[in-house]
Write a protein that binds this ligand. Structure first.
Ligand code: PHE
Length: 390
């Protein structure tokens, strides 16, 4: 075991290095400070995709996080100190999250980082936080690699091996799919992973993958892939992607006369899915996610009411997980009794917290095992179908 002093020294060195890199190797007045000043406000950094092709993710997750901070502030802050949330937008662009994480550490002296929704962007910032010894909590990145980055990276959601298996079970048992085509996004760690985590149990159950085709994020025309899918005569299509492309894929599939079930994972979740695809095209589509506002629990009802009161809209899974990520951090800070990075990391590792998405008990790999929900679209509206227990 490394001593806290050693960890602090390592963190100090890492922060100086980051600071120097940012200042173009000129030492700045700030470059030696670490995250914890133990007086003044407790500063937390949140990075999110507030603009760009996955803006729905960041907007929604941020609203949940902000609501949690309202609550923390209303109850007197943490450890007798004020709390401050600094929010940065990566515009859904690759590369930005690294720059933001470096800035959080060297300039804002954050005690922890919250983010991201998309696994690819959590995978960018994770190594920066890990090297600095500052904890990062992803609200909703489900790819296993996210927390494999190291012992300072946590998540408060389930992972894709679970999500892939439940999609496979749902396709096999409920939709009675036997021959499937998979259309995945090569540019997204999430999509590549979930395609594989769906395929393995589906094939093991006796299913056949008749075709695997790819696209890349930001593509707009999927006719070639969908024409090939049609020719391979599947009885279901698995599209483990994000809503912007999924919306277009579903729309174009229906235009080509493919009326078979189309399904995917939490990346589908966004009101924009219905705007892009249209309610009619989304008939006979299904996705799994983390939360439904129509779940019948007092915690969910209270959260939905508070969210509606503040934003005049109904929260989705990203909002609920954004909220729980901030609340889990607040719990850990209280439990640690300090924002010292090593002690806070240890308190986070022992997380067993019940929030609006259910109980979050982290395992030794810093992952949560939690139920999922399956949603469909009926009459142009999302409709909760069922809960799937792990
Ligand atoms: N799980 C997705 C990922 O890892 C992100 C996501 C979470 C999208 C929740 C929507 C809802 O990239």
């Amino acid at each position: 075991m490394k001593s806290p002093a050693f960890a602090r020294r390592r963190q100090f060195i890492a922060l100086v290095a980051v600071g120097l890199a940012l200042a173009g190797c000129k030492p700045s007045a700030d470059s030696g400070k670490t995250g914890d000043s133990s007086t003044g406000p407790i500063v937390v950094g949140e990075f999110a995709s507030l603009h760009g092709s996955e803006a729905a993710f960041g907007q929604s997750s941020h609203k949940g996080t902000e609501l949690a901070f309202d609550k923390i502030k209303a109850t007197g802050g943490l450890l007798g100190r004020e709390v401050k949330l600094i929010v940065e937008d990566n515009q859904s662009k690759a590369g930005e999250s690294v720059t933001i994480a470096k800035k959080f550490l060297s300039r804002d002296h954050v005690v922890a980082v919250l983010g991201e929704v998309a696994s690819g962007r959590s995978l960018e910032a994770g190594p920066i936080c890990q090297a600095a010894g500052i904890p990062m909590i992803s609200p909703s990145s489900t790819n296993p690699k996210v927390t494999e980055v190291g012992d300072h990276v946590f998540r408060v959601c389930f992972t894709d091996p679970f999500q892939g298996k439940l999609l496979s079970d749902f396709a096999w048992k409920t939709l009675k799919v036997r021959k499937v085509a998979i259309l995945s996004d090569t540019a997204s760690a999430y999509s590549v992973g979930l395609a594989e985590f769906f395929k393995q149990p589906f094939v093991a159950a006796g299913g056949e993958v008749v075709l695997e085709v790819k696209y890349a994020s930001r593509d707009k025309d999927f006719k070639a892939q969908l024409t090939a899918i049609k020719a391979s005569s599947p009885d279901g299509i698995c599209v483990p992607g994000y809503y912007t492309e999924v919306g277009l894929i579903v729309k174009q599939a229906r235009e080509l006369g493919l009326t078979i079930p189309i399904f995917g994972g939490d990346g589908w979740e966004a009101p924009q899915l219905i705007e892009i695809a249209g309610g009619d095209a989304l008939k006979n589509t299904y996705y799994s996610t983390h939360f439904s506002p129509s779940q019948d629990s007092p915690a969910v009802k209270e959260f939905v009411a508070a969210f509606k009161a503040k934003y005049n809209e109904v929260p989705d899974a990203m909002a609920a997980l954004g909220y729980d990520s901030a609340m889990a951090l607040a719990e850990a800070i209280k439990k640690a009794g300090t924002t010292d990075p090593a002690k806070l990391t240890a308190a986070l590792a022992a997380t067993d917290f019940t929030g609006v998405t259910g109980r979050t008990k982290l395992d030794a790999q810093r992952n949560a095992t939690k139920p999922a929900v399956i949603i469909t679209v009926e009459n142009g509206q999302f409709k909760f179908l069922q809960t799937v227990e792990p």
